[in-house]
Design a protein around this ligand. Structure first.
Ligand code: DNO
Length: 391
């Protein structure tokens, strides 16, 4: 019998009214769903109902739908399970209830210590003149050893990386070192920046927690919010670590197939889901994104589709959506198969994009300029029609 495919939901990350990419632009790109967050609310505080309703109204007045929250940030006190963790968990639960009351029920979050996604360069020039985000191990080692000056950092890198980092450091001027520091510490637009000193303190805090402790803290958090999520119909989607391996001595717990098995099995309830991010997972030298998808697919409630090209050191740049190491054709096939089984379409967004064409002269949020993502979305949309025959 012929399979009945339906379309994935096409969404777009919008940073809110300050985003240089407007909702009108999003409509022209062809997305129907918005992925956004209340970035002005400090991490850990309750998201008031009025603020959620106000944002929702703005989105809907443009004829779009607020499909996914990315992210309701998990406060560091929860990740580290400090004495006041439960207070922040209670706040989180209220935010979830408020979101559910507004009909917004897919929530993305991450459990990366201190830093969200990490890159060392935000404007790597591609052969076609567009610019991409880049993670380079040599530069990370320069940051770690010579800027952060983390004790024993040198024990975390192979000799060849250390040698190249020393050589590179000797060529960098103060401006270049400042740029590297800013790039590594860069967080989410409109959210609080991390300082070197905060990072240093966190590194020693996480040293005591370690890999097992961090996993246990995640299980504690998910178990604590389970009732609210089940009652409100909320689906939580954990974003994979980006990049998917420990950096700067910080533990990583959402990077590999084993990590996802652990997370899903230890809180084995449908609300506990995954944001399947092909770019983050694809940056892991031992990761096979399709294999991971096949293990977690029933719990995938949101997808980020983007691509990466790695080199022999494991450094990577963000490639075209249909280029790079992740076989997007296979992923789109598998995602469409899974989507066919769902009552409601799985939302995906074209994640990041090259800065290109007119955007090269514009100020934009790194990875989130309009035209590169528009290209990505157009390619992915076409790919979906191609693999499903669902025209
Ligand atoms: C980067 C994003 C991440 C993601 C968070 C989810 O572009 O994919 O910042 O939003 O990690 O909590």
């Amino acid at each position: 019998m012929e399979k009945k495919y339906k379309k994935l939901e096409q969404t777009w990350r919008w940073y809110g009214p300050n985003d240089p990419v407007s909702l009108q632009d999003v409509k022209q790109a062809g997305a129907t769903g918005i992925v956004t967050a209340l970035h002005h609310i400090p991490h850990g505080e309750i998201w008031p109902l009025e603020d959620i309703l106000e944002r929702k109204a703005i989105i809907e007045s443009s004829g779009l739908t607020w499909s996914v929250v990315e992210s309701v940030p998990v406060h560091e006190a929860i990740k580290t399970r400090r004495a006041d963790a439960d207070k922040y968990i209670e706040n989180y639960k209220v935010s979830l209830k408020n979101l559910a009351q507004c009909g917004i029920k897919i929530v993305c979050y991450n459990f990366m210590p201190v830093l969200d996604w990490t890159r060392t360069q935000l404007d790597l020039e591609m052969a076609d003149g567009s610019k991409a985000l880049y993670f380079n191990w040599i530069d990370l080692a320069v940051f770690d050893i010579y800027i952060l000056k983390r004790p024993r950092a040198d024990t975390d890198y192979p000799k060849s990386v250390l040698e190249r980092a020393a050589a590179k450091f000797s060529t960098l001027n103060q401006q270049q070192l400042d740029d590297l520091r800013i790039n590594v510490l860069m967080g989410i637009p409109n959210e609080k920046e991390i300082e070197l000193e905060t990072l240093r303190n966190s590194i020693s805090e996480y040293e005591k927690i370690g890999f097992n402790g961090l996993r246990e803290n995640l299980v504690y958090f998910l178990s604590a919010i389970a009732d609210v999520c089940e009652h409100e119909g909320i689906k939580m989607t954990i974003h994979p670590d980006d990049p998917p391996y420990p950096i700067l001595g910080l533990p990583r717990i959402a990077s590999t197939i084993d990590d996802f098995n652990y997370i899903l099995q230890n809180v084995d309830k449908p609300f506990n889901g995954v944001c399947f991010c092909t770019g983050s997972l694809g940056a892991g030298v031992d990761n096979n994104a399709l294999q991971i998808f096949n293990v977690v697919k029933e719990r995938v409630y949101f997808a980020h589709l983007r691509n990466v090209t790695k080199d022999e050191d494991g450094s990577f740049y963000e490639a075209d959506h249909l280029g790079g190491d992740v076989n997007m054709y296979e992923i789109m096939k598998a995602l469409s198969e899974e989507n066919a089984l769902r009552d409601k379409s799985i939302p995906f967004r074209p994640d990041h994009g090259h800065q290109m064409l007119d955007d090269l002269a514009k100020q934009s949020n790194p990875g989130y300029s309009a035209i590169g993502r528009l290209r990505g979305l157009a390619e992915l949309r076409g790919l979906e029609v191609g693999v499903t025959g669902n025209y």
